[in-house]
Design a protein around this ligand. Structure first.
Ligand code: 5GP
Ligand code: MN
Length: 325
């Protein structure tokens, strides 16, 4: 029912802008590029609105070159903006302050603010890419034909599924996730190649940065919390300003006995905190205390105008209470 309403809106729109959450990950980029490829194939005038530029490991996706940070607000005559994978209006990687047209919000975050005129929020979806897949099917693209366009769309969807599920390991994975992945592989998506593009493609300096971050890893709160830090200047030192560093956090979670891994990255106006949980600690709650959000086992928060030591102290205080330590 909802997909029909979205389809109708798309079909009657003249010009469509697509955006996603700031610092976009594989799911934000994948769900958006899948839809962009589909809309172009359908002949719709559609384009990316983004303040962010594509990170290197996602630049193999079709039309990813259009995520270059050059269009930051809707172009003239845009009558529909579709935002994917973004729960909060202030995290959209687009300046919509002068835009009065319609917004469709497609997402899977439980904390979604329903800021659209249509809101399709499926919190059971492991990734927004699963929703993109179902929407694109609604347009009659069947993933049965192994055509170039189906493979291009499929690659983008598969990418977001892999990145948002930790390569099918997180508890958000359902049989639907696997069914969609299976269908994509049948339709010509090369899963192994996508994994290589995503994970076996690091700049040498990224591995050295990881070494540097890991050599300073700390365990606190009865060794149940791992802390990883990327202080200001480190990314410049390694010449990695456009490189995603969020994957380093999973090393902390890989440690025996660790329940929560925390990555603190000093940015120009504060500290970006990322949190991951192995079992029962709801890290979204911790992030929300300081205005962040996300999912139970993966959440993030931006702590403005503080240094890394202060950010650490604030997050640990709440974690300590939440973990009853
Ligand atoms: P990451 O730590 O990889 O940036 O984000 C993990 C999850 O938390 C993602 O689902 C992401 O969308 C969400 N998230 C990250 N940072 C923020 C934030 O500042 N605010 C909100 N609401 N969600 C965030
Ligand atoms: Mn997502």
């Amino acid at each position: 029912m909802y997909f029909k309403a979205i389809k109708e809106e798309i079909l009657k729109s003249k010009r469509i802008g697509l955006s996603f959450h700031t610092s976009p990950d594989g799911d934000a980029i994948g769900s958006t590029l899948a839809l962009l490829n589909a809309l172009r194939y359908l002949g719709k005038d559609s384009y990316i609105i983004s303040r962010d530029v594509i990170s290197d490991n996602l630049s193999f996706l079709s039309l990813s070159n259009e995520i270059d940070g050059s269009i930051t607000e809707p172009k003239i005559n845009t009558d529909l903006v579709i935002v994917l994978d973004c729960g909060n209006v202030d995290r959209i990687s687009a300046d919509l302050s002068n835009y009065n047209g319609k917004i469709i919000n497609i997402d899977h975050h439980i904390s979604n603010e329903n800021y659209g005129f249509i809101n399709y929020v499926d919190i059971k979806a492991a990734s927004t890419c699963e929703i993109s897949y179902l929407l694109i099917e609604e347009f009659g693209i069947s993933f049965d034909d192994k055509t170039d366009i189906e493979v291009a769309i499929g690659n983008a969807i598969y990418t977001g599924i892999v990145t948002d599920t930790g390569s099918f390991r997180h508890s958000n994975v359902t049989s639907r996730t696997h069914n969609i992945a299976a269908k994509l592989i049948e339709s010509g998506v090369d899963n192994s190649k996508i994994h290589s593009n995503l994970f076996d493609n690091k700049p040498f300096n990224k591995v050295k940065l990881m070494g540097s971050v890991l050599s300073d890893i700390e365990l606190v709160l009865d060794n149940k919390v791992a802390i990883l830090q990327i202080p200001q200047g480190m990314l410049e030192d390694f010449n990695l300003l456009n490189t995603d560093t969020s994957d380093i956090i999973s090393v902390g979670l890989g440690i025996k006995g660790v329940e929560v891994s925390m990555l603190l990255k000093e940015v120009k106006d504060g500290v970006k905190g990322s949190l991951r949980s192995k079992n029962n600690v709801d890290v979204r709650k911790i992030a929300e205390v300081y205005g962040g959000g996300g999912h139970i086992k993966a959440a993030g928060v931006m702590l403005k105008d503080v240094g890394i030591a202060e950010a650490k102290e604030r997050l640990l205080k709440i974690l300590k209470e939440e973990m009853h330590l």
